[in-house]
Write a protein that binds this ligand. Structure first.
Ligand SMILES: Cc1cc2nc3c(=O)[nH]c(=O)nc-3n(C[C@H](O)[C@H](O)[C@H](O)COP(=O)(O)OP(=O)(O)OC[C@H]3O[C@@H](n4cnc5c(N)ncnc54)[C@H](O)[C@@H]3O)c2cc1C
Length: 213
């Protein structure tokens, strides 16, 4: 597929060398993310809410309870902006001016549409597999699906930005005896902790033992 076409909204002005409209890069950044930040205008007030995000093909999905203010506000076609962010490292410069973060991020603009009842189970299963690959819990009940709202945003107006080039100090500072470099950051899964009410004989499944992002 072709890359995203920049629009007036998604044209990267500051450090355009770090910007990208590469579809595969955008997909990869979204797919690695557990969460995003969705921003909308409610009444006349800006609202930003962190929540989980899942991509299926050229759409992203946000879900919540029927009473979720974010979802009920955007399901009627309100405009929203979604940010997905990974912090990959702390850049330590030889001066504060050279300190930064290594990152990969995506910004999405769009209007949401409500996912119809007949598609909810498929999308929720994809959401669960996205967050917990290999997940093997019981099937969602119709009442649980009825209590859940899912909205879909088409991936159309999208930009990515990546900082991955390490230290960029002021030229004269390279002559100073001051350490500079990158401290890598990553999301690491710990040992699974079983719920107190696990029935005897139920082992921790492989998908939990080997969970990694
Ligand atoms: C973890 C992290 C930390 C950052 N820290 C700083 C900081 O401390 N100071 C700072 O100035 N900047 C920081 N940035 C970069 C910041 O996100 C903006 O790109 C930058 O501030 C330029 O903002 P602007 O409003 O001038 O963007 P513009 O270039 O005017 O934005 C225009 C369009 O470009 C796109 N765009 C802009 N930024 C991004 C992005 N990050 N990802 C995807 N698309 C984007 C959007 O579509 C946006 O509508 C950080 C980014 C990340 C991910």
């Amino acid at each position: 597929m072709t890359d995203f076409a920049p629009t007036a909204r998604t044209t990267i002005r500051r450090r355009p060398d770090r910007g990208s409209y590469d579809r595969d890069l955008v997909h990869a950044i979204i797919d690695e993310a557990l969460l995003c930040h969705v921003s909308i205008i409610v009444g006349r007030e800006p609202l930003v809410i962190p929540t989980s995000i899942t991509r299926i093909a050229e759409d992203v999905y946000i879900h919540g309870s029927n009473k979720n203010r974010l979802i009920t506000s955007i399901e009627d076609g309100a405009r929203a902006s979604i940010a997905v962010t990974h912090t990959d490292g702390v850049v330590v410069g030889r001066s504060g001016f050279g300190c930064s973060l290594e990152y990969r991020s995506v910004v999405i603009f769009g209007r949401a549409s409500l996912v119809p009842a007949e598609d909810k189970e498929r999308v929720m299963n994809a959401v669960l597999q996205d967050i917990i690959p290999g997940y093997g819990g019981r099937r969602l009940k119709p009442s649980e699906l009825a209590a859940t709202r899912i909205v879909r945003f088409p991936l159309e107006e999208v930009s990515a930005k990546v900082r991955n080039h390490g230290v960029l100090d002021v030229e004269e500072d390279y002559q100073r005896d001051i350490w500079g470099g990158v401290i890598p950051l990553s999301l690491v899964a710990g040992e699974p902790v079983s719920d107190d009410r696990i029935r005897p004989g139920v082992d921790i499944p492989d998908y939990a033992r080997s969970y990694r992002r």
